[in-house]
Design a protein around this ligand. Structure first.
Ligand SMILES: Nc1ncnc2c1ncn2[C@@H]1O[C@H](COP(=O)(O)OP(=O)(O)OP(=O)(O)O)[C@@H](O)[C@H]1O
Length: 228
């Protein structure tokens, strides 16, 4: 579904991605993890066409939609109108927000609320819902749990599981909380300094003590500080 080969992205003189290759098959949920500045957001932005690529190829076998870091709500607009914005390029008949409420019923009672008044977790649900309105084959999610309480983040993971199960939506998840990402995803890529340094089934990766010590533990706490 998504095939990236030897991708290089530069920002001026700085190389953010230095030959990244990754594959996400249809219906798969794959995690992209790694320390701050590894190039995770750049990878998603390159797939979405938000940053130019210097070389390499990106093949998507369908439509992609990105849930950006920081949610980016239109605070004065209702939940329903925020959702509809995700489908602005679609025919009018495809702008029905019911599809989102069906997979995230927690949002339904909030549909007329101003998005700016929602909690962080609710806003993240709207951000996911807005991306779903574009009926993507591949959902690219940047920092799902950032700033959220663990229970709320776990609830969002359940929603993603449901979205994947219901629609077969393929998911590429960038997430600092490795446990959370590995709970959802069966495979992962570990990025460091613009390169893939490890990849494989998440149960194998998390059982690798060297990898855990270097990439999946100390370097990966939510606030970027070292864990004990
Ligand atoms: N707009 C930009 N201009 C210049 N350099 C950038 C820009 N965006 C990112 N970078 C640099 O590119 C590298 C990769 O950044 P990126 O945001 O993709 O990493 P990340 O893995 O998503 O990090 P984080 O976990 O901190 O969000 C970093 O060195 C970063 O400083």
């Amino acid at each position: 579904m998504l095939h990236i080969r030897d991708l290089v992205v530069t920002y001026g003189a700085a190389t953010a991605l230095d030959g990244v290759s990754l594959d996400v098959e249809a219906g798969e949920m794959v995690a992209l993890v790694g320390p701050n500045g590894a190039g995770k957001t750049t990878t998603l932005n390159a797939v979405s066409g938000l940053v130019p690529t210097a070389s390499g190829t990106i093949d998507i076998g369908g439509r992609s939609a990105q849930v950006p870091e920081g949610r980016q709500m239109f605070a004065d607009m209702s939940v329903d109108d925020n959702l509809r914005l995700g489908a602005w390029t679609m025919p009018r008949r495809d702008r029905d927000t019911e599809r989102v409420y069906a997979v995230m019923p927690d949002l339904r009672p909030l549909r007329r609320q101003r998005a700016g008044l929602l909690s962080g977790g609710q806003q993240q649900m709207v951000a996911i819902g807005r991306a779903l309105m574009a009926q993507p084959d591949v959902l690219l999610i940047d920092e799902l749990s950032l700033g959220l309480a663990p229970l709320i983040a776990a609830r969002l993971i359940e929603h993603l599981r449901e979205i994947n199960r219901e629609d077969g939506t393929t998911i590429l998840l960038v997430e600092q909380e490795v446990d959370l990402a590995f709970d959802l995803c069966s495979r992962a890529y570990v990025l460091e300094a613009g390169r893939v340094v490890a990849e494989g089934p998440t149960d194998v990766l998390s059982a690798d003590p060297q990898l855990a010590a270097i990439y999946l533990g100390a370097a990966m706490t939510r606030d970027g500080s070292e864990s004990p």
